[in-house]
Design a protein around this ligand. Sequence first.
Ligand SMILES: Cc1ncc(COP(=O)(O)O)c(C=O)c1O
Length: 365
Amino acid sequence: MSKELNRKCILSIKPYVPGKPVEEVERELGISNVIKLASNENPLGPSPKAVQAMCDIADKVSVYPDGNCYYLKNALSEHLGVTPDNLIVGNGSDEVIKLIAEAFLEEGEEAIVADPTFSEYDFAIKIMGGRTVVVPTKNLTHDLAAMADAVTDKTKLLFICNPNNPTGTIVGKRETDEFLASIPPGVITVFDEAYYEYVTDGDYPQTLEYVHQGKDVIVLRTFSKIFGLAGLRVGYGVARPELISLISRVKEPFNVNMMAQSAALASLDDLDHVIRSRALNEEGKEYLTKEFNRLGLPFISTQANFIWVQINADCRKVFSKMLRRGVIVRTGDIFGAPDVIRVTIGTAEQNRRFIEVLEGVLAEE
Ligand SMILES: Cc1ncc(COP(=O)(O)O)c(C=O)c1O
């Protein structure tokens, strides 16, 4: 009998379904002017300062980047009120999620995630041969009490996506405090705050305080969303230095490229861009929620830059029809909700086009 080539655990990994790129849709359907509201990117693009920084560094790329991200870590420490040894920078926060699993999860150990939530946690857990323990959300919000109850002596990691992708919901401060107080030693809680800068709810927990208190907490943030640098891949984790040092052991030496480091650094110097982006998001949120109400479509009030909306029709059919009319959204079926779409809040013009196309398609259903 021939020997298995692959590690067993990789067969349980569900392939990631990325948002369709604009160019691919235009090429395949022979159309132009396609808009993508599927991957929660910033419709304003990157800060002009980040673009300039990339141009300035373009002729330096013959040498390796700084593997320690010295300048970026220093700027981030100032921005966040932490020290550089509290930080790990990754090729997107996706990479940091994987590094966390690589550093902490032994084969057969458990990691707890919500459902629905961001799929990268399950990917990282499975790659390490860990077991994903899924805890359903309550009213599409993380059920922290049930997640705490799911902890066993095999649990190593807990992932809390806050705001949650795909629902846009958050968990509040008091419940998070209570939850952390109930988690036994030896379990690391990861707060994925990819959409942190979009949150407007005053009850949002400031999780860096848990890091300052020395808790086994890792906070993840990214430059891919409000900072508009998704194509460069820069994200980071914040934790106590001992955890950072363990995660750093499994990091590739030059994981964050030079352009990415310089653009991220320049972005931190242009917080006006963040303010403008947040304001645009708020306007878009208001417009879209008004329109969803007009169309009688139930939606979840969002704390991020996307909205989970129930379309009362088959999401795959609606997706395909919208695609042919040049609007790319995300279908809810990949999150177990076949009558839902998730739409990224775009510019005023993109939002208007999205509503017009959605309304037209739903009228045909
Ligand atoms: C909740 C969440 N975490 C992490 C990521 C990945 O971000 P990055 O581009 O930093 O890898 C995403 C991207 O969609 C996300 O939605």
